[in-house]
Design a protein around this ligand. Sequence first.
Ligand code: OAD
Length: 262
Amino acid sequence: MPLPTEAHSDADIRRAAELLARANSVAVLTGAGVSAESGVPTFRASDGLWEGHRIEDVASPMGFRRDPKLVWNFYNARRANVGKVRPNPGHHALVELEKRWGKRFTLITQNVDGLHRTAGSQRVLEVHGSLYRTRCTGCAKIEDRGLEPLRELPHCPHCSAMLRPDIVWFHETLPEDIWQEAVEEVADCDVLLVVGTSAVVYPAAGLIPLAKHRSRWDDTRPGASVVEINLARTDASDLVDVGLYGKSGEILPKIVALLPGS
Ligand code: OAD
């Protein structure tokens, strides 16, 4: 049963800020919920992005082979929508956290909307790819096309093969170097913030138990403290140290405001 919004107390927020204030290194895992207040639909809500489409039709290599036009129409519509939205106070609060921790701060996102970068986050590990980039199905060249309108069936300017979105689809593996960096940072952090993700899609969701247990890495060091910020409890909630249930665009700025020196 989902909790009502605002199901957290000021004491919970203070506790999250205290954990952060003591942390030497901080990692953050974000999902579609962090962009919800910007007007980007989440995946698993009833008005979710997949509505009207079966996931395997628009987000799998088989779907793309079967009907590339349908897939490009879907992603071109998402690209156009991202061009109309702006980062919200949740994205901006995460920029503030990066300014404080610098290189000891890592933002890992499952989102492909680019809003963390637009807000000003510098180091963003986009483990599911980006709507901004295309990848050639022939020469494999990856290019940042920004949000320029693309044709219904765009082709590679270098080798003329068909382009595809540079997004990780179901049945595909995550970009190896980015994923490895995410795993190392999470295994080493003192606090992991988990923001706006249903924590059901793996391997990204596996970062949460990795932070908590760290067992593969270092048996002698206690696990990280995990703070979950979500509208409602998720599959990961039983693992977390502090659960803050409400809007990330409201909760994250409150946490930042309680950090020393704010
Ligand atoms: P989901 O749509 O599964 O989950 C979004 C989560 O955000 C839910 O738990 C909501 O309760 C929460 N939420 C909604 N609005 C919120 C708000 N204002 N503040 C805080 N939380 C809020 O999205 P993801 O977990 O990101 O993968 O989905 C993971 C992956 O599944 C996506 O990256 C995508 C999809 O398949 C690929 O495209 C490869």
